[in-house]
Structures are given as structure tokens and as C-alpha cells.
Design a protein around this ligand. Structure first.
Ligand code: ADP
Ligand code: MG
Length: 725
């Protein structure tokens, strides 16, 4: 019996692993490879008639409406290009509320009139698709009689080719909406929020004398953390397969206490994977930049260079698909779950964001002149106000069952949303606030707040890793998003709350200037107002500390610890008013998102509950019983030959088995409960009954792991998974 369980077989397989050198073949120097499979602006320029190209660029670069008459021409050029690259199929790619990526594939070949087949891809096929999409979550927005969803071409995100040994596919990024135009995806509201933010940012720029500012966009750069483990171990762990995280597993003798992994040398096998993954990403025009080990053993990070938020969001989704695929080819599994291993650091996905346009550049970059700095400070103040007013929404935008394991666990920012400005910027705002207080008396003193601002260094360097929302010199970094999630949700929220703040500040400035105040004085007054009303959200201290929890409560900042606490933020009257005012979500869409978020939570916990039960009953219990029998047999044999026996090991094992049995019963009962009818009732039951039962059962299982004979233990251990690469 021993020697044949799943774990021991996995260990054998890992031992016999043969290194993979390269999967896709080396494609030449990075310069040539980059964007090789993308229908880039350069390709379009080369292949499209001048007029068509110009119209398309108007949409891509200057956010002008798309002229539908260009579609046929673009489609023909795209098809020709794709077929030259070996594409046989095309797919509308969209981002449903599952958080995953969906594709509907169609062949280029359609039957011709004479029965032969012809390559067909018309403008209408490029612009619109109709996937049979009735099984995607919609939170009740789409009843079955109107189950259709439509996909629509997003001109601003480039089409690309996904390679497969059996034929390539032309992929077209699309939005996904219901027949009545309601958003069923992440891209539609991201584009809407982008537009809302741009309109308000442009009002501010006009006040600063830019008469016809170029279109403002938001940029996002995501830092993706992940774990790599040998795929043989992964396949021997039903919990990783089903739930993406280990539901059992005692802590290894060597954890991350030594912090010797962080920025340590990258194992050769991992480096081979990284080089290969980067190559594949480069082909797709995804600018993957940095790579280093993260804090935990087996944990790494990849950060593509920042891009326009909606392109970055698409690329980020694609990146996860590619990383998983390439890892599998290298005999490894890439884990994106926020907390795959209990007691070991989890993974996040920091979103670095800024706003800017082609003429002004980055609007969150401090300037060299007082005028530029005043403009910078207005944008900064808008962020401060937004985060203070809508911290609950930001928290809701990162809420998921898996991210709950990470937020507030002293390895990731707390669930309290505050802003870190760094000493220098905090000091500037302090001065402004004080100046504001003495405004009527000493104008000169007030001027100090802005006019004689020091030239701010573009990278102040001091970083506070414990803050969920930090200014890092020329951008803000939102650190609460989870490694598994799409960056679209948080970016939608950021754009929208920023639109609201820019709107409010622009209106104040317009009124003050209209009343005859000069711009400088108006700016100072507005800044002072923001910092007085919203300064409570600024916190430069240790976000992990107990004291901060107390102080945040005094400051009135919400502390929404779990998804169940956070998601209802989506349907407060304030939230609904905000999102509908800026045309990002209507009330029905907000309710839809609320339902989907809770359903997703309930389903995730349910999968974990069932997997935990199954592993406890079909893997752990049998191993424990075998060991118990072995001990008992051994004791009775010894006793038979007159050896004095000590039953303490057997007793300990028997007690642990009873605890496991008790845990199984509690979890079974929890699953048999019938919580109230609403999604919130169900989610509350998951949180308050199922999750505690899952952890209790886990503890019982983990206790057995340290008692049962090693050759009987069926599950790859933490030590094996984390240290054998
Ligand atoms: P760190 O680990 O110090 O936070 P990294 O270099 O790992 O920094 O990641 C920084 C991320 O921020 C990258 O994705 C980078 O492209 C992005 N970034 C840099 N500048 C900007 C900017 N102005 N706007 C948005 N993102 C930016
Ligand atoms: Mg970072």
C-alpha cells in the first residue's frame, strides 16, 4: 500500500522531471519579437488606406466616436494580416463578471454559394458578435427570454494573434452587453468611467489655461504576484485543483522566517519559465518588465509596463492566461490565488495608476514651476477627496472570498482604506491647511502654501508598504487588489470617484474665478478646503498596527473586514447616485454587480467546503485509520511477546481522529443549513458558519499530518510544494 499514494507518486515524478528549455522557440531579439502578433498602429498604418487609418486613430488617440463605415476595410486588412500569420479562426474576446476571460471562436471559412468554402470576415463580424452567453453571471439583469449578449469591438485595444500548435486565432477585444445595452462585463464600464474622468479632468485643465486639452486617459501598471509549484504536486492536491488554495497543510519546519527568498537568486528552472513567458508576452505586445523573487518561498512577481487602463486591463487578463499556459509546459503550475498557503505570505496585484494626456504628460507628476505644481496639487487633492469620500467603494472593488484571506492579515494593507502621501507631500498639504486657516489675515502666509512650494522630487523614495493607497512620486499605488482579480473593477471605481472629485473641484474653481479671484488664490482656497474636509484619510504611519485600527475608527474611516461587509457598499444611495451621474452604471447594473459579487463569494466558499469535506473523508481519514491500525497491531504484537507497551502515540492518534470526525460532522451540518433567501443571507451564512467550520476541520487534519507516518500521508506537504522547484 505505502509507496503508491498520490503524494509519493508525485515526488517520483518530480524526481524524474526533465528540464524544459524553451517552449515557443527563441524568436530573435526582443526588439523584433515585441508586438509581432499584434495588429499594431504601425501595421494599420501600413495596411489601411490613409483616410481609414486617420479615422481609426481619431477614435484610438482622441476618443472620437467610431465611424462604422470603416469597419469593412479594417476587417479585410485584419483578416489578410491574420491569415498571413497562420490564423484559421477569429474570436471575440470578452471579460464577463466571472473575472475570467471568455472567447467565442469562429472559423474564417464560411460555405460559399457553390458549396466551396471562402474566407469571410466582414465589417459586421468585426464590430459585433452574438455569443450564446446565457450562462454568464448577470445578477438578474438578463432574464432567460432575453438571454442574448452581444459583443462589440473595442477599437482602442489592439487585436492580436494567439498561437496554438494546431492553428492560430485572431483575437478581437470586445465589450459584452445585453440586448438592452446593459454592461455584462468589465470592459464596458471601464470605458465609460474613463470617458467620465476625462471630461472632468479636461475642465480642470481648461481652468489652468489649456484651451483645447488633448484627451485625458488613465494609465495603469499592475504588479502581479504569483506562486510556482511543480505540477506533479499540484495534480496531487484536490484543493489546489478545485479551490486554487490549499485547504489542508501543516506549516513547514522552514517557513519564510529567514526572508531569504526575497530578491534571492531565481532558480534556473524558474528563470527558464520566466524567459519563455516573457517571450510569449512580448509577441503579444505586453511589455513585461521586472522579475524578482517575492517574500514567500516559491513566490515571484512580474510587472508589465504601465499602459492605458483599458489596454492594461486586457493585457493583464491575457498575461495570466499566458503565464499559466507556459508554466504548464515547463511542468509547473502558476498559482494566482491570493492565499494559496496558510501561514505563508499571500499574493496581491498592486495597481499603479496615473492620469495624463499627450500634451501635458503625467498630471500626477509634480512640476518644476509653481503653476505646474498648483495643477498637480489639484489632481492630488482630487484623489485625496475621492479616497476619503468613497473608501468603502474602493474596498468593495477588491472584495472576494480569496482576497479576504489577505487584506488585514499583516502582510497586505488593512481593510481600512487610507492614503499615504509621504513626508514631503503631507507637509505641503499641512502648510496649505494652516495657511487656509489664516487666510483672511495674512495672504502672504497663504501664498507660502503654493507659490513657494519646493520643487518636489519626482521620486521621493520613501515607501510605506503598509498603506493601501500610496503616492509614489508620480503615481498612486493601490495595493489592496488581489492577485487573482481583474484590474478593471478597481480602475472603474478609481476613474469614477476621481471624476466626481474633479467635477467638484472644477466647479469650485470656476465659481471662485468667476467671482473675480485670481487662479492662484482660488487654487489655494480649494486645496485648503479639501485637506480640511478630507485630510482624515491621510495616514503616513504603520497600517499594520493595532493603534491604527482604533485611530481609524475615531477618524470615521470604515473598516470593512470581509466581502460580506464590503459588497453592500455597491448599493448605497450614494454609490448608485455616483455611478449613474457619471453614466458608468445604472441602478440595475449596480444591483447586478452586487448580486454577482455575493454569489461569487457564496460559490467560492461552497467549493472550499465541499473540497475540505471530501479530502477529510477520502484522503486524510483513511490515512489516519491505516496508521491507527498499524499502531494497534504493533502494540498487540508487542504485548503478545511480553514487551511492556506505551499506548500514548496510539491515544494521541485516536484523539486526533475523533477531532477530525467531529469536524466533518460540523461542516456537514453547516452545508445542510438553509440560510435565508437573499444573496446577503447566504453570504453571511458562508462567512459565519461555513468558513469557521472549514478552518476547524483543517486544524484537525493538520494535527494528523504531524502524527501520521510519512509514507502513509497522501497529500504533498508544504515543504515539498514550496521548496522543490
Ligand atoms: P515597485 O515594486 O517599486 O512598486 P515596480 O517597478 O515593481 O515598482 O512596478 C512599478 C509599476 O508601476 C510598473 O508596472 C510601472 O510600469 C508602473 N508605473 C510606473 N510609472 C507609472 C505611471 N506614471 N503611471 C502608472 N503606472 C506607472
Ligand atoms: Mg509596488
Amino acid at each position: 500500500m505505502s509507496g503508491s499514494n498520490a503524494r509519493l507518486q508525485a515526488i517520483g515524478a518530480v524526481r524524474n522531471h526533465v528540464a524544459v528549455t524553451s517552449v515557443g522557440g527563441r524568436g530573435g531579439p526582443p526588439g523584433e519579437v515585441f508586438g509581432q502578433n499584434v495588429f499594431t498602429v504601425a501595421v494599420m498604418k501600413e495596411r489601411l488606406p490613409k483616410q481609414v487609418f486617420k479615422k481609426l486613430m481619431g477614435t484610438i488617440e482622441h476618443s472620437e466616436p467610431l465611424d462604422p463605415t470603416v469597419a469593412d476595410v479594417v476587417a479585410a486588412a485584419m483578416k489578410a494580416w491574420a491569415m498571413e500569420k497562420g490564423a484559421t479562426h477569429y474570436a471575440h474576446v470578452f471579460y464577463p463578471l466571472t473575472g475570467l476571460t471568455a472567447e467565442k471562436h469562429d472559423s474564417f471559412l464560411e460555405p460559399g454559394e457553390d458549396g466551396s468554402s471562402i474566407a469571410e470576415f466582414a465589417g459586421k463580424t468585426l464590430i459585433q458578435g452574438e455569443p450564446d452567453a446565457s450562462s454568464f453571471p448577470n445578477g438578474g439583469m438578463r432574464s432567460t427570454f432575453e438571454a442574448r449578449g452581444y459583443t462589440g469591438w473595442d477599437v482602442t485595444s489592439p487585436a492580436y494573434i494567439l498561437e496554438n500548435p494546431n492553428g492560430n486565432t485572431l483575437c478581437i477585444p470586445t465589450v459584452f452587453v445585453s440586448m438592452t445595452g446593459e454592461a455584462l462585463d468589465h470592459k464596458t464600464p471601464l470605458l465609460r468611467s474613463q470617458q467620465a474622468m476625462a471630461a472632468q479632468a479636461e475642465r480642470v485643465l481648461k481652468l489652468f489655461g489649456h484651451d483645447k486639452p488633448a484627451a485625458v486617459v488613465s494609465f495603469a501598471g499592475a504588479e502581479q504576484e504569483y506562486f510556482l509549484i511543480d505540477r506533479s504536486f499540484f495534480l496531487a492536491r484536490p484543493d489546489l485543483l478545485n479551490a486554487g488554495r490549499t485547504l489542508f497543510g501543516a506549516n513547514p519546519p522552514k517557513g519564510q522566517e529567514f526572508e531569504d527568498h526575497y530578491f534571492g537568486t531565481i532558480p534556473e528552472r524558474v528563470l527558464a519559465f520566466m524567459l519563455d513567458a516573457e517571450q510569449e508576452l512580448f509577441k503579444l505586445g505586453i511589455p513585461a518588465k521586472t522579475r524578482h523573487n517575492e517574500v514567500a518561498p516559491g513566490q515571484f512577481e512580474i510587472a508589465p509596463m504601465f499602459e492605458r487602463a483599458n489596454v492594461a486591463a486586457d493585457h493583464q487578463q491575457l498575461l495570466m492566461v499566458i503565464m499559466k499556459r507556459v508554466a504548464q509546459k515547463h511542468g509547473m503550475e502558476c498559482l494566482f490565488h491570493e492565499k494559496p498557503f496558510e501561514g505563508i505570505n499571500g499574493s496581491g496585484k498592486h495597481i499603479n495608476f496615473s492620469v495624463g494626456n499627450s500634451t501635458e504628460g503625467n498630471l500626477l507628476l509634480p512640476g518644476d514651476t509653481p503653476h505646474d505644481n498648483a495643477q498637480f496639487l489639484i489632481f492630488c487633492a482630487a484623489v485625496i477627496r475621492a479616497v476619503h469620500k468613497f473608501g468603502g467603494l474602493l474596498r468593495a472593488s477588491v472584495a472576494s472570498a480569496s482576497n479576504d484571506h489577505r487584506l488585514g492579515a499583516n502582510e497586505a494593507p488593512p481593510a481600512i482604506i487610507s492614503i499615504f502621501l509621504g513626508d514631503q507631500l503631507a507637509d505641503v498639504f499641512d502648510q496649505i491647511a494652516k495657511g487656509g486657516a489664516t487666510m483672511s489675515k495674512a495672504k502672504g502666509h497663504l501664498q507660502l502654501g503654493v507659490d513657494t512650494l519646493p520643487v518636489l522630487p519626482s521620486d521621493p523614495g520613501d515607501r510605506n508598504r503598509t498603506s493601501p493607497f500610496a503616492f509614489t512620486g508620480n503615481r498612486f499605488e493601490f495595493r489592496a487588489p488581489g492577485s487573482l482579480q481583474s484590474i478593471a473593477g478597481p480602475m472603474i471605481t478609481i476613474n469614477t470617484i476621481l471624476a466626481d472629485s474633479l467635477d467638484s473641484l472644477a466647479s469650485e474653481l470656476e465659481t471662485l474665478v468667476g467671482d473675480g479671484l485670481d487662479l492662484d488664490a482660488a487654487v489655494q482656497k480649494v486645496l485648503a478646503g479639501v485637506i480640511t474636509a478630507h485630510g482624515a484619510v491621510v495616514f503616513n504611519g504603520d497600517g499594520y498596527s493595532e493603534e491604527w485600527q482604533e485611530e481609524a475608527a475615531v477618524r470615521g474611516l470604515p473598516n470593512l473586514r470581509t466581502t460580506v461587509d464590503a459588497v453592500p457598499q455597491l448599493i448605497t444611495p450614494d454609490a448608485i447616485e455616483l455611478f449613474s451621474k457619471y453614466g458608468v452604471f445604472n441602478e440595475r447594473e449596480m444591483h447586478g454587480r452586487y448580486e454577482v459579487a455575493l454569489e461569487h463569494y457564496v460559490r467560492s466558499v461552497d467549493v472550499e467546503a465541499h473540497s475540505t469535506l471530501e479530502m477529510a473523508t477520502t484522503s486524510i481519514m483513511p490515512a489516519a485509520l491505516r496508521y491507527q491500525t498499524e499502531l494497534a497491531t504493533n502494540l498487540s504484537s508487542l504485548k503478545a511477546i511480553g514487551v511492556e507497551i506505551d499506548t500514548s502515540t496510539l491515544d494521541e492518534v485516536s484523539a486526533a481522529i475523533s477531532a477530525l470526525r467531529a469536524g466533518i460532522l460540523v461542516l456537514r451540518n453547516g452545508l445542510a443549513d438553509e440560510p435565508g433567501p437573499s444573496a446577503l443571507d447566504e453570504a453571511t451564512h458562508s462567512r459565519d458558519v461555513l468558513i469557521p467550520a472549514i478552518s476547524a476541520l483543517r486544524s484537525a487534519g493538520d494535527a494528523l499530518e504531524s502524527l501520521v507516518a510519512d509514507d502513509l500521508w497522501p497529500l504533498p506537504t508544504y515543504q515539498e510544494m514550496l521548496y522543490i522547484l
